[in-house]
Ligand binder design. Structure first.
Ligand code: PEP
Ligand code: MN
Length: 360
């Protein structure tokens, strides 16, 4: 699938001056709950109301969603507020029911994107419709699975597509419920620049105190929209209570967030950014030159080790280098995590070179 301009037409047709905002509860709970939240969001920047009807839960026994009944509540909310409505579909039957109830946008959950069988089933069920479909990233950080799901829909003739970044599972607990791995959606966007990219800060955060900062990061990275879980009584929500915010908090956030422009046409901006970018290009060039030089020295060490039959990996020496680099990095405001990543990569490349020398 090459990049296709048509991919974002549906979003441009909304004619929004700001990013697309999708808001609403994690789950539809009762008719009153859905309607109350919709009315509280009615005059906000949120143009699309979300609510899960069929809830894929990690462990059985949690609230599994109200089922098709909730579609009627969403339809009623749409009639009363004029908001568009969206829900998650996880099989062909859900698709049929959602289409019958005029759901405007469908989304594919993270646990569905991992399964090409189900993705194909849903794509087939949508054939011939022009429903926008938003594809959440798979739970695991695998770009091909995410791309594959986009391609399956595209190949089935569903051209009104978008993706939702909701973070990735990790075994080790971090400050996030789902680690953002910002590079992954950026890589996806490099492949398909016209595919609308929406941030779901709620499922990344898992807690409400960092939702604002995540939204700002999304806007700084030029995301096309936000999907934020919103409930009038977050603490008593039937699912994902810790991460929901109230509609009035969302309205305040939208006021406080700085929405960045994609670019600025003024000559002053363009001159300055071009100068700065030239500096970056020069530095990147120097970095490659320096790494090349470092590798030549590593090769010489490899030859010497070979002559003297010495092991490639010298753990003590390596730990000393790392310790020094971390300290030096700190002085330059570079995080330990970054220094470790860079030097581990450089070290690995040196080991590969030396292995090659010693074994040939
Ligand atoms: C949701 O949006 O409520 C949901 C279940 O999301 P995810 O598929 O990202 O876990
Ligand atoms: Mn949720």
């Amino acid at each position: 699938m090459e990049n296709k301009k048509e991919l974002r037409t549906w979003l441009d047709n909304f004619g929004l001056e700001h990013p697309l905002v999708i808001a609403g509860p994690c789950s539809a709970e009762t008719e009153e709950q859905v309607l109350k939240i919709a009315h509280q969001l009615k005059d906000s920047d949120a143009t699309v109301l979300r609510a899960g009807i069929w809830k894929p839960r990690t462990r059985p026994g949690n609230f599994e969603g109200v089922g098709a009944l909730g579609l009627k509540w969403l339809q009623k909310a749409k009639e009363e507020t004029g908001m568009l409505i969206t829900t998650e579909v996880a099989n062909a039957n859900h698709v049929d029911l959602a289409l019958e109830h005029d759901v405007d946008i469908l989304w594919i959950g993270a646990r569905t994107t991992v399964s090409p069988f189900i993705v194909q089933e849903i794509a087939d069920a949508l054939e011939g419709t022009d429903k926008p479909v938003l594809i959440k990233n798979p739970v695991n950080p695998d770009l091909s699975l995410w791309l594959g799901a986009v391609e399956r829909f595209y190949t089935a003739g569903i051209k009104n597509l978008g993706v939702i970044h909701r973070g990735f599972s990790t075994y080790e607990k971090t400050r996030y419920r789902n680690n953002p791995e910002w590079q992954l959606p950026i890589d996806l966007q490099n492949r398909f620049p016209d595919l609308p990219l929406i941030l779901d800060p709620s499922h990344i955060a898992g807690r409400r105190d960092i939702i604002f900062d995540l939204c700002q990061t999304g806007l700084d990275l030029n995301y096309d929209g936000l999907m934020v879980e919103t409930h009038f009584d977050p603490d008593n929500a039937w699912s994902d209570a810790a991460q929901q915010i109230t509609p009035s908090t969302l309205i305040q956030f939208m006021d406080d967030l700085k929405i960045r422009k994609e670019t600025d046409a003024t000559a002053e901006f363009r001159n300055r950014i071009n100068t700065l970018r030239t500096q970056i290009d020069v530095i990147d060039h120097q970095l490659i030159e320096m790494m090349g030089k470092r590798m030549t020295v590593a090769d010489d060490i490899g030859t010497l080790k070979k002559e003297h039959n010495v092991a490639v990996l010298q753990t003590k020496r390596w730990n000393e280098i790392l310790g020094k680099m971390i300290l030096q990095g700190e002085e330059k405001n570079l995080s330990e995590e970054f220094i470790l990543r860079v030097f581990k990569a450089i070290h690995q490349e040196s080991i590969n070179h030396q292995e090659e020398i010693i074994n040939h």
